[in-house]
Design a protein around this ligand. Structure first.
Ligand code: HEC
Length: 109
């Protein structure tokens, strides 16, 4: 019951935030960006075998290539079909395009 209440609470917050958006905007922030793109298709194909594909904005652009390379190793270790260079590039481009933006504070570190 508590769970349901929380879900409704979240929904209300989302609805509230959306109503505060620019007029006519139907953008829902909890879904993956640019789902029509080939990059997204490649990403969802390559990154959903072992876990839910991450939102691209969990990392800054510069961090993604190391993560994708590590995921390639996971595939190798499990004997799964690895990504070709092209596939890896497509996934990376998608993730980097929609990556978390770097704040000034982070740049100064
Ligand atoms: C073969 C299984 C497998 C596939 C396929 C896979 N992952 Fe992972 N992923 C893992 C495992 C295992 C972990 C936890 C250990 C780690 O972080 O390396 C993980 C963790 C992660 C994390 C959380 C850790 C971090 O560094 O933020 C992200 C983000 C991630 N994966 C992204 C991806 C992306 C992007 C793809 C597609 C290119 C992908 N994964 C495909 C196995 C996989």
């Amino acid at each position: 019951m508590v769970m349901i209440k929380n879900k409704i609470g979240c929904l209300l917050v989302v609805l509230f935030l959306c109503s505060a958006c620019d007029s006519g905007s139907e953008h829902i922030v909890t879904t993956y960006p640019d789902q029509q793109s080939l990059g997204f298709q490649q990403f969802s194909r390559q990154c959903s075998t072992c876990h839910r594909p991450p939102m691209p904005d969990v990392h800054v652009a510069g961090a993604w290539s190391a993560v994708v390379a590590r995921m390639q190793q996971h595939k190798e270790q499990r004997g799964l079909l690895v990504m070709s260079d092209v596939e890896q590039q497509q996934v990376l481009a998608y993730l980097q395009t929609h990556a978390k933006s770097v704040s000034k504070k982070e740049l100064l570190k």
